[in-house]
Design a protein around this ligand. Structure first.
Ligand code: IMP
Ligand code: MG
Length: 177
């Protein structure tokens, strides 16, 4: 596939990572209920796989967050959040489910919004982490895999809204950048 320079996480490895995260989270939240907040759109595949690995009761809700406008370029106008939550998060154990943590601006924004609504607890689970690109003090409580700075796509992650359906995660061919 021309758009992919190299597959960095295979379908099998994704399944292993998600299984491990599911175990860790289920153990930490034993005796509690979790409210999973999925950040659309990139986290949809991760959410649906992760929730099937949880052994504790969970509810799901969604928020739309976008920081990239077209291709791989940041919008430069900050993070756009569409708060479509239908569940009141007050006194709930909230776990934010994110596809990838980079600068942290997106999650900083989301955490600011959600923490004002008095959740009982608020934690972050990210499938991928690019710690070298961090520009905020945001860190995730659960990290699937640390990856290099390259732009990646597949398994929910898009390039210009496409390729979210690829079952693996790959680095983009630089000729598209
Ligand atoms: P941050 O706000 O800089 O932490 O960026 C996080 C958001 O940017 C994620 O929610 C993704 O939607 C998007 N993003 C960051 N890196 C990538 C990438 O390599 N591929 C696709 N989307 C990315
Ligand atoms: Mg995202």
């Amino acid at each position: 596939m021309d758009i992919i320079e190299k597959i960095i996480i295979s379908e099998e490895e994704i399944a292993e990572i998600v299984k491990r995260l599911g175990k860790e989270i289920s153990k930490d939240y034993e005796g509690k209920n979790i409210l999973l907040i999925c950040l659309l759109k990139g986290s949809i595949l991760f959410l649906t796989d992760l929730m099937r690995q949880l052994t504790v009761p969970c509810k799901v809700d969604f928020m739309l967050a976008s920081s990239y406008k077209g291709g791989t370029k940041k919008s430069g106008v900050g993070v756009e959040i569409k708060d479509g939550l239908s569940i009141d998060i007050k006194d709930q154990d909230v776990l934010i489910v994110e596809d990838i943590l980079e600068s942290g601006y997106t999650l900083k924004h989301i955490v600011n919004i959600l923490s004002k609504r008095s959740p009982k607890s608020l934690k972050i689970c990210t499938l991928l982490d690019k710690p070298k690109l961090r520009a905020t003090d945001i860190e995730a409580d659960y990290v699937g895999k640390i990856i290099p700075n390259d732009f990646v796509l597949g398994y929910g992650l898009d390039y210009d809204e496409y390729y979210r359906n690829l079952p693996f995660i790959g680095i983009i061919n630089p000729k598209y950048l």
